[in-house]
Design a binder for this molecule. Structure first.
Ligand SMILES: [Zn+2]
Length: 230
């Protein structure tokens, strides 16, 4: 009787353990939600730096236009009147400045193209992963819920089983279960403990013929049973 309940409890506990592991693995898949959030954050960052780079480019273009206007005015002045050394000096400075600004604008345009490319790539990845997540999520949710129900049902079944055991027997089972990581019981094979391989003394076999026996392996302490009789 006690042994039969032990066997059933162990079966239920092993199912519970494997279902719980399955559920943990499923729940781990929900990390994709956080990863998508991080990806959106990166996209926001790229979009904002693109805006900044474009604004910087506009500033450079404005500066360039100013310098070019001034340059053209001075060039006309030079053409119309006699050469003024001060004007000639300013012209040289303005031409340098124009060249510098043109160079900066070019670099800035390259920079913008780079960020645009990064942003497009980021959007492509995000779109792909979001789409696949949207497709997978409902199914995962259902699986998690179903597992939850199965676990609950098993827990109820376990409680029913456990309540049929006298308290000391249940405590013994739970203790062995913890100590031996889910194997409170050991089958007898070739007169040995099937778990720790200890050779079993004759006394063990005598005890096993008594009424409702709960005989433990002298070495590992697991409760012994004949595989064919369980
Ligand atoms: Zn043993």
């Amino acid at each position: 009787m006690r042994l039969r309940i032990f066997t059933q409890l162990q079966m239920i506990d092993q199912q519970l353990t494997s279902l719980a592991r399955e559920r943990d693995e499923l729940l781990a898949l929900f990390a994709e939600r956080d990863e998508l959030r991080d990806l959106r954050e990166v996209r926001r960052g790229l979009a904002s730096s693109l805006r900044q780079e474009r604004a910087h480019n506009s500033d450079l273009q404005w500066d360039l236009e100013d310098v070019e206007l001034r340059l053209r005015a001075l060039e006309e002045q030079e053409r119309d009147g006699p050469s003024d050394p001060l004007v000639a000096r300013e012209l040289a400075i303005l031409r340098d400045r124009t060249a510098q600004l043109e160079e900066q604008v070019l670099r800035q345009l390259e920079r913008i193209a780079e960020v645009e490319q990064q942003l497009a790539e980021q959007e492509r990845i995000l779109e792909q992963r979001s789409a696949s997540w949207v497709e997978r999520e409902p199914q995962l949710q259902t699986q998690v819920e179903q597992l939850g129900h199965t676990l609950e049902a098993l827990q109820t079944q376990r409680q029913g089983m456990a309540s049929q055991l006298p308290r000391p027997a249940l405590e013994l089972y739970d203790d062995l279960q913890r100590r031996h990581r889910g194997t409170a019981l050991a089958p007898i094979r070739n007169r040995q403990c099937g778990a720790c391989r200890a050779r079993l003394p004759t006394a063990v076999f005598d005890l096993l013929t008594t009424d409702d026996p709960l005989v433990r392996c002298p070495r590992c302490g697991r409760v012994l049973y004949h595989p064919e009789s369980s």
